[in-house]
Ligand binder design. Structure first.
Ligand SMILES: *Cc1c(COP(=O)(O)O)cnc(C)c1O
Length: 371
């Protein structure tokens, strides 16, 4: 008995620490998880109410086709339900994409660093990833096009990017679509799309209407506050969607998630409120960090990467002792940085206070005295 040899090339995911783990280890009452870019405000109150109601239906299988949700999305985006796939998180759809388009020996092009699910999904199918390093911490789409070879089947873009929060502009995107052969699937992962100011968003939907080799991915895990329910969707040509639907298992999206997503889409004003709050809080982060002379990457998403240099490990540990879980850049391919999720105003204040003190002690004085 032997597993397929390429399975052993799969990297293991290093998750953020859980709140319970940290509470126990450091003997803390309150712990703030700022490591996985969740919406700390949570979903709209109407969504929570709807979830309570659906508890009564969990003895039934969910709608395999996600009819109501696809209907709603098709009205929202003016596309046919045949252009939409719903997944158990966009993670699952990324898996479907690799299943459908990657054979042994073929490859996908990704930026480096990027969201780890792309690589994992491609390796699982016996494929390879070609990694294009970020340039000055940004995605250079010209370098990505240059990296494509005869075995390339997919390119993965993330806009805004994870872990940096940087964007791809409309001009950059336009030139990329023009330069990439129609045989290659262009995946645009827009997990943080709703956090962008509307004027900086690329109208990718418009490109999906004209190019059948393009898929956009969006999720209810981020601004909609439903990460724990696992639901996301993809919009593409019916040709791509019909392939993806063939590898999808019948009941991939649970009924609570389907209902909650439906109600979430009816509460645009809540999403807008969260977006504005996050922008205001991000500005606060920038101001405090600038005042302290600490470098960071300006971000279009609900997280900020802060440069801490070679003392990352110590800083992450000291923050844990104070009850803040952040992501060490090492785990994300961005050594020398920590990635911090923007949280509620009072939590951000406490975080910035603790972080700047720790930074001063660890980096500037290079020793710890009573942090
Ligand atoms: C969080 C995130 C997702 C969302 O994944 P889900 O499976 O929908 O929770 C997708 N892509 C990126 C880049 C992310 O950061």
């Amino acid at each position: 008995m032997r597993a397929n040899p390429w399975i052993f090339n799969l990297p293991e995911y290093v998750p953020g620490k859980t709140i319970e783990e940290v509470k126990k280890k450091y003997n803390l009452k309150t712990v703030y998880k700022l490591a996985s870019n969740e919406n700390i405000w949570g979903p709209a109150p109407q969504v929570l109410k709807c979830i309570e109601k659906t508890v009564n239906e969990i003895n039934y299988y969910p709608d395999s086709y996600c009819r109501d949700l696809k209907e709603k999305l098709s009205l929202k985006y003016n596309v046919s339900p045949d252009n939409i796939i719903v997944g158990n998180g966009t993670d699952e759809i990324i898996g479907f994409i690799a299943d459908c388009f990657i054979c042994i020996g073929q490859n996908a092009v990704v930026f480096d660093p990027t969201f780890s699910t792309y690589e994992k999904s491609v390796l699982k199918c016996g494929g390879k990833v070609i990694k294009v390093p970020l340039e000055n911490l940004r995605q250079n789409v010209v370098s990505m096009v240059d990296a494509i070879d005869t075995k390339t089947k997919i390119i993965f873009l993330t806009n805004p990017h994870n872990p940096t929060g940087t964007n791809i502009t409309e001009d950059e995107f336009k030139s990329l679509v023009k330069d990439v052969s129609g045989d290659i699937l262009i995946v645009v992962d827009e997990a943080y799309y709703e956090y962008m100011p509307p004027e900086d968003r690329v109208d990718t939907l418009n490109y999906v209407r004209k190019h059948d080799n393009l898929i956009i991915l969006r999720t209810f895990s981020k601004i909609y506050g439903l990460a724990g329910l696992r639901i996301g969707y993809g919009i593409s040509s019916s040709k791509v969607i019909s392939a993806l639907n063939r590898v999808r298992l019948p009941f991939n999206v649970n009924s609570m998630a389907q209902k909650a997503a439906l109600v979430a889409l009816e509460n645009d004003s809540y999403v807008e409120e969260i977006r504005k709050k996050v922008i205001a809080e991000k500005e606060k982060f920038y101001k405090v960090l600038k005042n302290c002379g600490i470098e960071f990457i300006e971000s279009y998403a609900n997280f900020v990467c802060i440069k801490v240099g070679d003392k990352t490990k110590k800083i992450v540990e000291e923050l844990l002792k104070k009850g803040f879980i952040v992501r060490p850049g090492e785990n994300l391919g961005l050594p020398g940085y920590i990635r911090v999720t923007i949280s509620l105003p009072e939590i951000n204040d406490m975080f910035l206070e603790a972080f700047t003190r720790i930074y001063r002690n660890v980096v500037e004085h290079a020793y710890i005295k009573d942090v």
